[in-house]
Design a protein around this ligand. Structure first.
Ligand SMILES: Cc1cc2nc3c(=O)[nH]c(=O)nc-3n(C[C@H](O)[C@H](O)[C@H](O)COP(=O)(O)OP(=O)(O)OC[C@H]3O[C@@H](n4cnc5c(N)ncnc54)[C@H](O)[C@@H]3O)c2cc1C
Length: 816
């Protein structure tokens, strides 16, 4: 083995499928001066014992992108790197037991079609045609994924490693990283074979990622589950069928029963995600060993018995097979089950590509994404669903990670219904008035750990989890949300909004710096305005409200979930030695939204503010003798103010406003009502309507671009795009929908062709319309154009509405 070099451009810690793919893709991008360190042999972590299933199915657009890319890469990888490997593309059948499951499948078929994949729905007869051993009497249908299959995970890793080596990258096996320190602009990684300096470093240590993260001062939000599969001996009937057919059975996933069943040579492999699951290495009497290379946990057949019986009823020939072997290995989980892939939060030039629960089918795509982050600082696809910064400090809590990991594992194939709130790991961050709004009937959902009211129940409402198991608009919440919207429109509503992210920027040069980053003008002192941040390609990075207190002194306010992402964007773009300061002061403040025509009268009763000050202004006032900042804006599109308070004063101020509001018809409202109200105004939501998948101009945000500014980030790209014209454009659609409103990434059709996608959809209670926001082929984005929206497999007529709000198009209510 050659000696460890003293320097490399990038060091990757961990040689599983993901680390090897990261190295391969870096080398492919021309970054060949990269080194991968593996403490044992390649694949020694989770990779060696993985079942190797390679599905493309996902109801997440970005994860589907990664998996689709992986499957396409694996088809050609052997030939590309001259390393033949076992990759069987068998197709898969995903069984549906309910109407809702079939709706989910139909939605994914639509998304897959849009990504160029030919997924399909099968009837019970068609299922039996592809899988003759299947009992189908209780099934509603199935999803057929012709690209699904299985790959040998060790061969995959070796093939990626060979490809990387052939391009000049280096791999050091039996060479653990033992620490990391920052020296000047470099990272110094220590190993028993000496130190290696590098520009950038990647934590690809799989289930050891938390230990590696510690060297960087990073608490990786993760935990480890035990995951098993059972291998069965030859089944003569299957062997005979397979011989005659000349191929294997498609992989079967009974997602409602929660297992997969795959043909393994002439036997079978059964892999459940069991409800009665088991976490490992979470308690002092079960410490994580320093080295678990190529080891397994003891078999635990008891946990799998129910699943085995269920599978035998589904595929009776399985009942004739003898069990030959069990595999019980460690599998890491982040709190939402998605990997951590992207910049390591708060740590310069460090990245994460770890905590993969589906790291074999995602490795290909993950390597591409990681290499883009490292070499370009941005990715082709918006990857927020996997971005490590989607979690903030609360998620480092081990109990939280264990509770969420167990919940996700036990519901690995669950449907994620829009009105359902997963119960584990709740109450991480509570508003100062949490108890008060709970007493008013709030049903909560977490946002970056903060519990916020979704809607308010009344006595007798069904608040069971079972009631939320629907894609339909209708449900116990519907009359309540409608009444909340009516209160905001006709009288006044108050919404407790803890956790708005808030950054304070103060000092000489602050305004000029901000102006260089945003596409539009910086608002004047006393004013507040929306600002859009573009990357160098003109794509939408984020949106913040800029509240200017004085020249060179402002607050930037942004979504709760955007806290770490947006703060890092600002930090990364600070000038050298700034005179001004940038501080995250999120934890110090809270906010109430007071909206509706009576909000002025309510405030007049509790403070001496100048309530004639126009829309988009702000002023400090006292309510109940406590400071607060009244900001005249309304995401609900009504006359209204945000009341920004110090956390300690929030309760007193809320009580005062609430008491004064009673005679003015003040009611509490929740996030569901707010979402309905905002969509009628065409207001975009971050990481749905606003993402790096779209440019500022595609997003219809020209009015927030000041072309006269000499320079701002993204200007050159946007000028080019303006000259060439956009290919697709943001539209507001009214939809003649059925029972469901259009979810994110529903396909838009025109003349039998796919012409765009929705980015969000909801029912507008003020307008009595189903509304969708989306991106449409530019030549069709004219008011009045009739198109169709595919919602859970059915197409519904939709009309492109004029550019601007659907409700109160001239913003008269906002300005009242
Ligand atoms: C039973 C089972 C079945 C599974 N089946 C599937 C499946 O069918 N499909 C699928 O997609 N996924 C499956 N998975 C999940 C899959 O195995 C993992 O997601 C995947 O292997 C993760 O790959 P990785 O490269 O991120 O991590 P790992 O394979 O764990 O690699 C991390 C590497 O880092 C090394 N390392 C750690 N610390 C250091 C250090 N300090 N210095 C140097 N090296 C270090 C480790 O030795 C290890 O080799 C399964 C998992 C289990 C347990």
């Amino acid at each position: 083995m050659s000696a460890l070099p003293s320097h490399a451009r990038v060091v990757i810690i961990g040689g599983g499928a993901v680390g090897a793919s990261a190295l391969y893709h870096l080398a492919k991008a021309g970054w060949t001066d990269c080194v991968l360190l593996e403490k044992n042999e390649l694949t020694a972590g989770s990779t060696w014992h993985a079942a190797g299933n390679v599905p493309t199915f996902s109801s997440s657009w970005s994860i589907m992108n990664m998996q689709r890319y992986s499957a396409a890469l694996y088809r050609e990888l052997g030939a590309l790197v001259d390393y033949p490997m076992n990759y069987h593309v068998t197709g898969s059948i995903r069984l549906g037991h309910s109407k809702e499951r079939l709706q989910e499948f139909k939605r994914v078929v639509g998304m897959g079609r849009y990504q160029g994949m030919d997924l399909d729905i099968l009837s019970p007869d068609e299922m039996r045609g592809k899988y003759p051993f299947l009992e189908t009497h209780d099934l509603t249908g199935a999803l057929y994924d012709p690209y699904d299959g299985d790959i040998d995970p060790a061969q995959l890793t070796q093939a990626l490693a060979k490809g990387a080596r052939d391009m000049g990258a280096k791999i050091f096996r039996f060479c653990p990283a033992t620490g990391a320190r920052r020296e000047g602009e470099e990272w110094v990684i220590s190993t028993p074979q000496g130190e290696i300096r590098c520009e950038k470093v990647v934590n690809a240590a799989g289930y050891y990622a938390r230990e590696v993260g510690k060297w960087f001062g990073r608490d990786v939000p993760m935990m480890v589950m035990s995951h098993q599969y059972m291998l069965f001996e030859e089944i003569p009937e299957l062997a005979a069928w397979s011989k005659e057919a000349g191929h294997k059975l498609p992989l079967l996933r009974d997602v409602d029963s929660s297992y997969y069943l795959r043909q393994e040579k002439t036997g079978m492999n059964l892999g459940p995600y069991e409800r009665n699951c088991k976490a490992h290495w979470t308690a002092p009497d079960d410490p994580m060993p320093d080295d678990f290379s190529f080891q397994l946990f003891p078999d635990d057949l008891d946990r799998l018995e129910w699943y085995l019986n269920d599978a035998v009823e589904r595929v009776p020939i399985l009942g004739t097979a003898g069990l030959s072997r069990m595999i019980n290995g460690p599998i890491p989980y982040a709190p939402d089950g998605n990997p951590l892939l992207g910049p390591m939060p708060g740590v310069p030039n460090a990245y994460e590509a770890c905590v993969f629960t589906f790291g074999i089918c995602q490795a290909g795509g993950a390597g591409k994404v990681l290499a883009e982050w490292v070499t370009e600082g941005e990715t082709e696809w918006d990857m927020w669903s996997c971005d490590p910064r989607r979690y903030t400090s609360f998620a480092a809590d081990k109990d939280y990670c264990v509770a969420k990991g167990m919940e996700v594992y036990g519901h690995e194939y669950a449907m994620h219904f829009p009105k359902h709130a997963w119960p584990a790991g709740r109450n991480q961050k509570l508003s100062p008035i949490h108890d008060r709004i709970a007493a008013l009937g709030a049903q909560f959902k977490p946002y970056n750990g903060w519990e916020r009211a979704s809607w308010y129940v009344q006595d007798g409402d069904d608040t069971s989890e079972a009631a939320t198991q629907t894609w339909n608009r209708e449900g116990p919440w519907r009359p309540r949300i409608e009444a909340e919207c009516r209160a905001v429109t006709e009288a006044a509503g108050i919404l407790d909004l803890p956790g708005f992210s808030r950054f304070r920027v103060k000092g000489e040069g602050a305004t000029a710096w901000l102006s260089s980053l945003i596409t539009g003008r910086v608002s004047k002192p006393g004013r507040i305005g929306l600002a859009y941040f573009s990357d160098d390609k003109g794509r939408i990075v984020t949106e913040m409200s800029v509240m200017m207190l004085a020249e060179d002194f402002f607050f930037l306010i942004t979504a709760a979930t955007a806290q770490w992402h947006d703060f890092e964007w600002l930090q990364k773009h600070l000038p050298e030695n700034p005179v001004f300061t940038l501080e995250d002061v999120t934890e110090n403040f809270s906010c109430q939204i007071l909206s509706g025509p009576n909000s002025r009268a309510i405030l007049a009763d509790v403070c001496k503010a100048d309530l004639t000050m126009p829309w988009l202004t702000h002023q400090p006032v006292e309510i109940a003798g406590r400071w607060c900042q009244l900001v005249r804006v309304s995401f609900a599109g009504e006359l209204g103010w945000e009341i920004h308070t110090k956390v300690d004063d929030t309760a007193v101020i809320f009580d005062t406003v609430w008491a004064a509001g009673q005679k003015h018809g003040l009611k509490p409202f929740g996030m569901e009502a707010l979402d309905s109200l905002r969509i009628e105004k065409g207001y975009r939501a971050w990481k749905g309507d606003l993402s790096t998948d779209y440019t500022i101009l595609q997003g219809g945000l020209e009015r927030f671009v000041d072309w006269t500014k000499p320079a701002f980030k993204g200007k050159a790209a946007l000028e080019r795009e303006k000259q060439q014209g956009v290919t697709k454009r943001f539209v507001l659609l009214t939809v003649e929908a059925g029972d469901c409103d259009a979810p994110y990434m529903s396909t838009l059709w025109h003349g039998g062709r796919v012409v765009g996608e929705t980015t969000s959809g909801n029912w507008g209670y003020r307008t009595g319309r189903s509304i969708a926001l989306g991106m449409l082929r530019a030549d069709l984005a004219q008011a009045g154009t009739e198109i169709e929206v595919e919602i859970y497999g059915e197409r519904f007529k939709a009309t492109v509405e004029p550019d601007g709000p659907l409700f109160d198009p001239n913003n008269e209510r906002l300005r009242a």
